[in-house]
Structure formats: structure tokens, C-alpha cells
Design a protein around this ligand. Structure first.
Ligand code: MG
Length: 158
């Protein structure tokens, strides 16, 4: 088995869609970034790259590459899973935490599990997605950004 860990944070700005775990959430602000800025999916992809001891997503999808501007981050997660499969690993389970003061995302967690599991080709019961606020502390607590942490367990494919 191999374990991996990933973290990401993006700023909340006016005029962008809010995408988390591949799910578009109605909100007056969205995440800023070169891609769709889905910090949950980025953290998860990085956990898989980390478990493989590979470079992080900035290596595979550099934010200086204009050809991937606005890319759907599910393509990034698919790439991470593909690299795992190439090396003889499958995903045992993943677990994630999203830290968001606004909006409240609890109602969307099941949709994120469904979306992320479909993107990774695993079952929803292999995907943990949890949400917390930052208790109004710091910039996340002021609603200026959303962060995500993720862990994954890879197991040898038969
Ligand atoms: Mg990111």
C-alpha cells in the first residue's frame, strides 16, 4: 500500500464559477485560478501524485500553459489516476476536507462524492468528503479563500 497527501487553496473572487469536487455550486463568488480552480479536486490529484512519489500537478499542468486555461480539473484527477494505473496501483480509498466559510457546502457533499468517484472510476463509498468552516479565523475565515486537504490510499492491483 502507499499513502498520499495533498493540499490546495484558491482565492474567492467575483465573476467566477464556484466548482468543488467537480460540482458547480451556486454562489455570488467563485475560485480564481488558471484552471476551473477546483481546489478539492486539485488536493485530491496531488494526494495521488504524492502517493506515487511523482511531482505535483503544477508539473503536469503548468499554470503558464495557455492551452489549458480554464481546464476542467476532473481531467487533472483523471491524469493522476491514469498515472497510478500505469504503475500498477489502484485507489483503495480517499478522504478529503474542504475548509470554506462561505458558501455553506454541506448540501453538496454527496454530489461531490458521486462526481469524484465517477472521475476516479471507483465507488462513492470509497470517497470521503467532509466540510468545515475556519471558525472565522484568518483569510479563509473571512471568506476570502477556500482550501482543501486530501489523503489517498493506493493498493497494488491484482
Ligand atoms: Mg490549485
Amino acid at each position: 500500500m502507499r499513502i498520499g497527501y495533498g493540499y490546495d487553496i484558491h482565492r474567492l473572487v467575483v465573476g467566477r464559477p464556484l466548482v468543488l469536487g467537480g460540482v458547480t455550486i451556486p454562489c455570488e463568488v467563485g475560485l480564481e485560478g488558471h484552471s476551473d480552480a477546483d481546489c478539492l479536486t486539485h488536493a485530491l490529484a496531488d494526494s495521488i501524485f504524492g502517493a506515487l512519489a511523482l511531482p505535483d500537478i503544477g508539473h503536469w499542468f503548468p499554470n503558464t500553459d495557455p492551452s489549458i486555461r480554464g481546464i476542467d480539473s476532473r481531467r487533472i484527477l483523471e491524469k493522476a489516476v491514469h498515472e497510478a494505473h500505469l504503475r500498477g496501483w489502484v485507489i483503495g480509498n480517499v478522504d478529503c476536507v474542504v475548509i470554506a466559510e462561505r458558501p455553506r457546502i454541506g448540501a453538496f457533499l454527496d454530489a461531490m462524492k458521486t462526481s469524484l468517484s465517477a472521475t476516479m472510476g471507483i465507488r462513492p463509498d470509497q470517497v470521503g468528503v467532509k466540510a468545515t468552516t475556519n471558525e472565522k479565523v484568518g483569510d479563509i475565515g473571512k471568506g476570502l479563500a477556500i482550501a482543501a486537504h486530501a489523503t489517498c490510499l493506493l493498493i497494488r492491483s491484482e
